[in-house]
Design a protein. Structure first.
Length: 410
């Protein structure tokens, strides 16, 4: 089941933000994340805030795929009121979930048109949707492109049937490649595939097979994530009962190195620890906005937002979210106003994960002093440090948290 949201101070009923959050609004990139909380089935490893039809039920107060787009549009209008008259054209939109493509393409298009009407889209705005391979076909992908979406990210996870079965994924192994071809034919310039490594029972050969299949499908972007066993999931219960072995840290490290080797050889350059792209324009601009300190408003149940150092998150359950939207009040459950020290820590942590690196000018005296030791330990590139940036080596990427700790020592 979905994980719990963090604690925080109450969000005002009208969603009003502190003045400090609005300072500089419009000078930073601004994006919208639209959370679609529906899935046809629940994967055993997933603790995202998603719900099947059986989990949501029916009757008064239930939120369904049919009613959800109007709720999302209402929150978009709330966001416009809260942000006032500032000119904040949207540079990125990301439909995530859940399975956004359980909604008809026209519904995603209607939400996108509401965003354009309220905020305007920046020239060349990136508009992404996530998609499970079994939730789209040639016709729906063509319609999504016609509705104004520019990028699609398919949840491939693996090319091996036995691995997909452990993850409770229901698509056949060749389906993501077929979807990628359909997306290209529909006019999507940017197509991404997501992979997961470290699934119990997955062999080195299985992982190499998945990498080779992803490359052969011809996306311009690949993400690869280590499997995490999240508390409360079916996978966690199976591991706890001894039915499956937990992921091994050394195996996960080897799988990451294999991914970087295969993807680099195929022309994909890493630009964030878990992400590779064939060029700068192929990078996910929405995620780059997160990692480089931009502003974003998260639409939907459980969605998180960040504007000018104020972070908040919506109530989790779709019924509670729908009730607040229907009442004309903010769906925000709680928020936190980050201190200067907290913002600094996050900035260093996020920038260090990027291939572009973290400028040493954002480090404190101790962090700058430790940077030389990080290089001496083989965790960051000596040439980059000479140019004033902390750029992780391949080994450093495996130990990124330890590097961040060294760079943010007081």
């Amino acid at each position: 089941m979905p994980g719990a949201l963090p604690d925080g101070e109450p969000v005002p009923v009208a969603g009003t933000l502190p003045g400090s959050a609005l300072d500089g609004l419009g000078a930073r990139p601004f994006g919208l994340y639209v959370h679609v909380p529906f899935c046809a089935t629940r994967c055993g490893y997933c603790d995202f805030n998603t719900y099947t039809a059986a989990e949501l039920g029916a009757g008064p107060g239930a939120t369904s795929p049919g009613s959800y787009p109007d709720l999302a549009v209402a929150e978009i209008r709330l966001a416009r009121r809260v942000l006032g008259d500032a000119d904040v054209p949207v540079s990125t939109v990301f439909f995530g979930g859940g399975t956004p493509t359980l909604l008809p393409p026209s519904a995603l298009g209607a939400v996108l048109r509401a965003i354009e009407a309220e905020f305007g889209l920046a020239p060349g705005a990136e508009v992404t949707t996530e998609a499970n391979p079994e939730s789209v076909d040639e016709a729906s992908l063509s319609e999504l492109r016609a509705q104004g979406l520019t990028r699609v990210s398919f949840g491939m996870q693996s090319a091996v049937s036995s691995v997909l079965a452990v993850l409770d994924r229901v698509h056949r192994p060749g389906r993501p490649a077929q979807c990628a071809a359909w997306a290209r034919a529909a006019g999507f310039e940017h197509v991404s595939l997501d992979l997961i490594y470290g699934t119990p029972g997955e062999s080195d050969a299985d992982w190499r097979r998945s990498l080779d299949a992803a490359v052969a499908a011809g996306p311009d972007h690949v993400s690869a994530y280590a499997l995490t066993v999240e508390a409360g999931t079916r996978l966690a219960a199976r591991v706890r009962r001894g039915e499956l072995a937990p992921p091994d840290d050394d195996v996960l490290a080897d799988r990451y190195l294999a991914a970087d080797e295969v993807l680099s050889a195929a022309g994909y350059g890493w630009y964030e620890i878990s992400n590779w792209a064939v060029s700068g324009p192929s990078r996910c601009a929405h995620n780059m906005l997160y990692w480089t300190g931009g502003d974003w408003w998260g639409i939907g149940p459980g969605a998180h937002s960040h504007v000018g150092g104020t972070r908040w998150w919506n109530v989790r359950h779709p019924a509670a979210y729908g009730a607040r939207i229907a009442a004309g009040t903010s769906p925000g459950q709680a928020r936190e106003v980050l201190s200067a020290a907290e913002r600094q820590l996050e900035r260093v942590m996020l920038l260090t994960r990027l291939a572009d690196g973290c400028p040493d000018t954002v480090l404190g005296p101790a962090g700058r002093a430790n940077a030389a030791q990080v290089v001496a330990d083989g965790l960051a590139d000596a040439g980059a440090l000479a140019r004033g940036r902390i750029v992780l080596t391949r080994r450093g990427r495996l130990l990124a948290d330890a590097v961040t700790q060294k760079l943010t020592e007081p």
